[in-house]
Design a protein around this ligand. Sequence first.
Ligand code: DQA
Length: 144
Amino acid sequence: DLVYVLNGPNLNLLGMREPEIYGHRTLDDIAAMVEDNAAGHGLRTEFRQTNHEGELVDWLHEAQALGAKAVLLNAAAYTHTSIALLDAIKAITVPVVEVHLSDPSTREEFRHLSYVGMAAAMTVQGHGADSYLIALDAVANGEL
Ligand code: DQA
């Protein structure tokens, strides 16, 4: 089974970007962790990052078209702004897990609203890079 792991804006800078909030791991480190964990569950992953909102929309449609089992989505700041992502998640039948390194609900007020969370099957946040692995375990264990 195929799991899409989609990452939004500024996550390409992980490792150097506000490490006190997001940790020292790079996105490549996280990709390697995720791919390892997925292989252990007999899952394949398609791991991507973009700084462009519409590209995330296109990739959600692609996950549906290719019959993905689930999508892990860290939409980063678009989480809090994007009705287009909310609509895309609602438009597809593939379950989407909202993932965040930090816990936005304990940060600035403007991070408390999550459009992604309104349609996501599940949210995993606040565990650093492990948030991705917890989300993947949930997919593998059929918890969605
Ligand atoms: C984030 C949390 C968002 O609020 C923020 O805009 C990000 C990263 C996280 O993984 O903790 O860019 O999605």
